[in-house]
Design a binder for this molecule. Structure first.
Ligand SMILES: [Zn+2]
Length: 110
């Protein structure tokens, strides 16, 4: 687990605590059907705010494209859309070395 994931989980737990506290407070203050509506509304707002905050944070590390901004394009698209062919025997493979001849020379094709 990376430090980023830990931070994320920590944030999630804090937000969960905050939202539970808020919903408890609301259910104490307001009568039942209204309190439920208020809780749902606040949850939606909190969720929206959290997502916006997270997108901004993750966008800082990468190209600013939200969740995928922190990943390199090759980690998302590279393995699925690009194919690698062995330079010596032409076998298509994704390993470091060719499974057929063991050559580590590869070329990229589609
Ligand atoms: Zn080969």
């Amino acid at each position: 687990m990376s430090a980023n994931n830990k931070q994320f989980l920590f944030n999630q737990i804090i937000w969960m605590g905050i939202s539970i506290a808020i919903s408890l407070a609301i259910s104490l203050i307001l009568p039942f059907p209204i309190s439920l509506l208020a809780i749902i509304g606040i949850f939606i707002l909190l969720n929206y705010y959290m997502r916006k905050r997270m997108m901004r944070r993750m966008g800082m590390g990468g190209g600013g494209t939200g969740i995928f901004g922190s990943m390199s394009p090759s980690s998302i698209f590279g393995d699925s859309s690009l194919k690698y062919y062995c330079m010596s025997c032409g076998t298509q493979h994704k390993q470091v070395a060719c499974p057929k001849c063991g050559s580590k020379m590869k070329r990229v094709g589609s």
